[in-house]
Ligand binder design. Structure first.
Ligand code: NAD
Length: 355
């Protein structure tokens, strides 16, 4: 029996997670051997325990095989000291659990091709995965800071550092994922300018030798940004550093035009992961039963595929989402004329009905 920690969080978190749990319950009836245990995180945890990541939530997350997270944050907690803001709960989970591999798929369902700012023929059917290194690189490198030079002028500085072992493990993560997809990895770097990413490229080549079925290519990050908006369907898996991945994954997400549709995962070295929609807690629409639950439901599909080794069940969820879109059901964020507007719970019920 596998254990899933369910951390709904704040804002629309509880509403969208409720629908994802319905989907899990439906699959349990078909033999999926999982147990669910709920915990508090973010502002909801702060209100009860005075911290966004209570010890008991961390212990639950540690003992679980996978974590399903809604979203954290909201107006109510914005004036708190930064050390106890809801977002610290999320960052704490990532670092405490050593979740170094961030998987950000960008999928554009044919039915929603009009939502993209790009031409339907450029993005329709898009299905790419960005694998971003999440715990190293320039965001964490030392030394860092702002110093005053001899002439009195101030200078800001950060350090881009990657150890071979860090590059190798994110490389393996990307190649393992490519093995479950179209078996193509594009490693994105700036090896023509940055020595650190010259090493990145060299280590990727080395990792590739262990994956003879996967085709490896390299691309400079400036070209990758250009190719993402010119011809994004050329990519299967992209693997890159923390900062490049931060930027490219948001760009790729926006190719789809619908923030309420995109799931994500953050994995550790053993494949354990935290799964969450890419969007935030949307306090502007919280409590109204109008949020799109599909990103969270698709996060469950990713969880089944990447942490629970249940690829067939994952595929069933993805097909069910495809079917409800075919049926013309849309939450407000993806609604267009000629389709039927449904609530959060109606959308969840529709996915369960297809399942
Ligand atoms: P957001 O993603 O919450 O919302 C941006 C816009 O998209 C809003 O108009 C919102 O209504 C809409 N939206 C988001 N998800 C939606 C969904 N599922 N269905 C329909 N519409 C949806 O980003 P924001 O407004 O910048 O941040 C709000 C709060 O969320 C802040 O407190 C922020 O810190 C937090 N946040 C949390 C996470 C996370 O938990 N991973 C990520 C980003 C932001």
């Amino acid at each position: 029996m596998k254990k899933i920690a369910v951390l709904a969080g704040d804002g629309i978190g509880p509403e969208i997670v409720r629908e994802a749990v319905k989907v899990l319950e439906r699959l349990r009836a078909d033999g999926l051997a999982v147990e669910l245990e709920e915990g508090l995180v973010g502002g909801a945890a702060y209100d009860v325990h005075g911290t966004p990541l209570p010890e008991e939530t961390l212990a639950l997350a540690r003992s679980a095989d996978a974590i399903l997270l809604g979203a954290v944050g909201g107006y109510k907690w914005e004036s708190l000291d930064i050390s106890v803001r809801p977002e610290k709960g999320l960052l704490g989970l990532r670092s405490e659990l050593a979740l170094f591999s961030n998987l950000r798929p960008a999928i554009l369902y044919q039915q929603l091709a009009d939502a993209s700012t790009l031409k339907p023929e450029v993005v329709g059917g898009l299905d790419l995965m960005i694998v971003r290194e999440l715990t190293g690189g320039i965001y964490f490198g030392q030394p860092r800071g702002v110093r005053t030079l001899d002439n009195g002028e101030r200078q800001g500085f950060n350090t881009l550092v990657y150890r071979e072992s860090e590059i190798e493990r994110i490389g393996r993560s990307a190649f393992d994922i490519a093995m479950k997809r179209d078996r193509r990895v594009c490693s994105v770097d700036k090896a023509n300018v940055l020595e650190c990413t010259e090493l990145w490229r060299e280590v990727m080549e080395r990792v590739a030798q262990d994956y003879s079925e996967v085709e490896l290519s390299h691309m400079y990050v400036d070209n990758a940004a250009m190719q993402l908006v010119r011809a994004p369907k050329q990519f299967d898996v992209m693997v890159t550093t923390n900062m490049f991945g931060d930027i490219l994954s948001d760009c790729a997400a926006m190719l789809t035009g619908s923030i309420g549709m995109l799931p994500s995962a953050s994995l550790d070295a053993s494949g354990k992961g935290m799964y969450e929609p890419i969007h935030g807690s949307a306090p502007d629409i919280a409590g109204q039963n109008v949020a799109n639950p599909l990103a969270t439901i698709l996060s469950v599909a990713m969880m089944l595929r990447y942490s629970l080794d249940e690829a067939a069940m994952a595929g069933r969820i993805e097909q069910a989402v495809d079917r409800v879109l075919d049926q013309g059901l849309r939450t407000a964020d993806i609604y267009s004329e000629g389709t039927r507007k449904v609530s959060t719970s109606e959308m969840g019920d529709a996915v369960v009905a297809v399942l």
